[in-house]
Design a protein around this ligand. Sequence first.
Ligand code: GDD
Ligand code: MG
Length: 349
Amino acid sequence: MIALILIGGLGTRLRPFTCDIPKPLLPVVNRPFLEYQFSILKKHGIRDVVLCTSYKPEVFRKALGDGRALGLRLRYCHETRPMGTGGALKNAQHLLAGETVLALNGDVLNALDVTAFLKQHRKNQADLSIALTRVKDPTLYGVVETAPSGRIRKFVEKPSWDELESNTINAGAYLFEPSVLSRVPPGVNYSLERSLFPQLLAERARLFGYVSGGYWIDIGTVEKYLQVHLDILSGQTPFGKKGLSKGTGVKIGRDVTMGRGTGSIVLGRGTVVKDFARLSGHICVGQRCEIGKGASLEDCVVLDGTHVGDGARLERCVVGPGVRIGAHAVLGRGVALAGDSQVKPYSQL
Ligand code: GDD
Ligand code: MG
């Protein structure tokens, strides 16, 4: 089976970090986010992957190449103008060989059992199956109502609270039969969620939901980007919790306090933690960072090449890459601080 990943979004809710690095390549516990999705695909025997790019395509090509180093066959399908989630799929139709396609949003970490999902899709003889999950605030997502048989009755993208009748949402993973793609008009911006799904439902096509109860998060906001780190570091996901890096040029000074209670800490290659620094809770520090003397960090993410000044205090925030934080600075909850970045309008990309 072929997988297709939608990675063309601008990632506006994750600015400033996405000004230079597109969301699917942002590091999550020091690995590009897409690597987590690739590992799930490989686990289920999928090695043929089409990447639908629009924003910063060259950054993806440089980072991932043809995929051989990752044990995959990666092909790219670029939109010079973003075509929307449906338009992106249509644009890639010629690469999909008329098979069932697994399509994924490129910003979701989902412990989905792809094999079971496919089995259910076949059993239902579905035209389209949508993986579903349950969340506390469904208004941020596509809300799906199903019959007891699993057949989808209604799909409402980002409803308001008064429209809500379910907390079950589109988890951003689909199985498509090729016939469904022929319903998408070519060459126009087209949304799966706002146009194709409602249209298919009106035509009484066979749309089924598949509820997967495992870990799920959309990393698309700064808050969720921090949260995915905390979840991985606290072992709440099936995705590798890595311990304190060893033998990678990490230097730890005198009387450094590492962790407290159940916290866990990851330090990237070449990072230096100076004397008397205190790292507590869940912390991820990238490569070649410096944590100053007596600095204190709790539940935060520090991206590559960042210097945290002596005595600075950071709590529940994301900083970097390449940021210099002055001595004794205080960065509290919700801070999202990046270095100089270049946001260009689409016409210049
Ligand atoms: N190639 C391409 N072209 N990709 C796109 C485009 C486009 O024009 N627009 C968005 N994408 C990609 C994004 O990069 C992202 O990986 C994915 O499509 C979803 O876009 P988001 O912008 O992250 O959408 P969302 O999070 O608001 O909502 C979507 O995901 C939810 C689950 O996380 C919807 O599918 C919701 O229904 C769903 O519940
Ligand atoms: Mg999203």
